[in-house]
Design a protein around this ligand. Structure first.
Ligand SMILES: [Zn+2]
Length: 301
């Protein structure tokens, strides 16, 4: 947690201005109203680069995602961590990726603490250490569909993040080495939703592993020897887009749903000599972000 900055007074004034904006717009949702009345969906497209996501949206290559993005474009944000564990610990504590422009930026979710300059009247404020347990306390069923290794529950470290949820799922076919990982994850999500009582509120979290290395197998004609590249990363996003309609439909099948779709960090493919993530480079710290409402039963498959 950080101390109030010297200009905290100005920061509070800025947030009040944001609060004065029209209330129903998805760009400035009142999370204190949404929590308790809506189902909630959080999807992290693990490792997805902002530039690749933006290019594919502009080129019409991810139509199922793009139809939900405000204005058809991804918002450019800064990741709260440079790799999965750090970023998800922050996200689950209420620190979603930060808009990539000078702030302050009011947050959707925040733990209560004195001096926070990003907690506004529309923020859902909680008294637990993390959002997941806060939503459980608010009556939500909290469900994790894991993807990358930090969600595989195979050992103590791989159990930390999924252990925050009442219910967590991971199978080898959900993981990074599976060419059909997202389809398997979506099928599990559909099963989970179908098994819930109608009145039960749901917080569904899905960590999508398909973008993470290795991803060469999503590019037709690619080989293990040719390896991963920006192009195979893009092909993996097209693969996810082809199936994401089913996930959005399941999440909004019971009542109106508030959805957040973002990346936890990007990754480098030789950019300025860097490869991978858990490092400080624009390809890693800029991520795509969107939040939007899903009307019940309105999402085409
Ligand atoms: Zn990650």
């Amino acid at each position: 947690m950080q101390a109030p900055p010297p200009d905290a007074g100005q920061a509070v004034a800025d947030i009040r201005d944001v609060d004065a904006a029209p209330s129903e717009h998805a760009g400035n949702p009142d999370m204190s109203e949404i929590v308790g009345s809506h189902d909630l969906l959080l999807i992290t497209l693990d490792t997805l680069r902002y530039d690749v996501a933006a290019e594919l949206a502009a080129a019409g290559r991810i139509p199922h995602l793009a139809r939900h993005l405000p204005g058809g474009i991804w918002e450019k944000r800064h990741a709260p961590g440079s790799f999965t564990y750090a970023s998800h610990q922050a996200i689950f504590a209420g620190f979603l990726p930060t808009p990539a422009a000078p702030g302050p930026h009011p947050r959707l979710f925040a733990a209560r603490f004195a001096g926070s300059e990003t907690t506004a009247s529309r923020t859902f404020v909680f008294d637990t250490p993390d959002l997941v347990s806060a939503l459980a306390g608010a009556g939500y069923r909290t469900v994790c569909i894991g993807g990358v290794g930090f969600f595989n529950r195979q050992g103590p470290l791989g159990s930390v993040l999924p252990g925050m949820f009442q219910e967590s799922h991971w199978e080898p076919e959900f993981g990074v080495a599976s060419p059909t990982s997202f389809e398997a994850q979506v099928a599990r999500a559909e099963q989970v939703v179908a098994g819930l009582p109608a009145e039960q509120r749901l917080f569904l979290f899905v960590n999508v592993s398909a973008l993470h290395q290795p991803n060469w197998f999503h590019q037709p004609g690619a080989t293990r020897e040719s390896g991963d590249s920006r192009a195979t990363h893009a092909a993996a996003l097209e693969y996810v887009d082809a199936h994401i309609g089913r996930l959005l439909a399941a999440a909004s099948s019971r009542r109106r749903c508030f959805a957040i779709v973002c990346s936890d960090h990007g990754t480098a493919y030789g950019d300025d000599g860097y490869t991978g993530h858990r490092l400080g480079h624009e390809s890693v710290w800029t991520v795509p972000y969107a939040h939007f409402f899903l009307e019940p039963g309105a999402t085409a498959r």
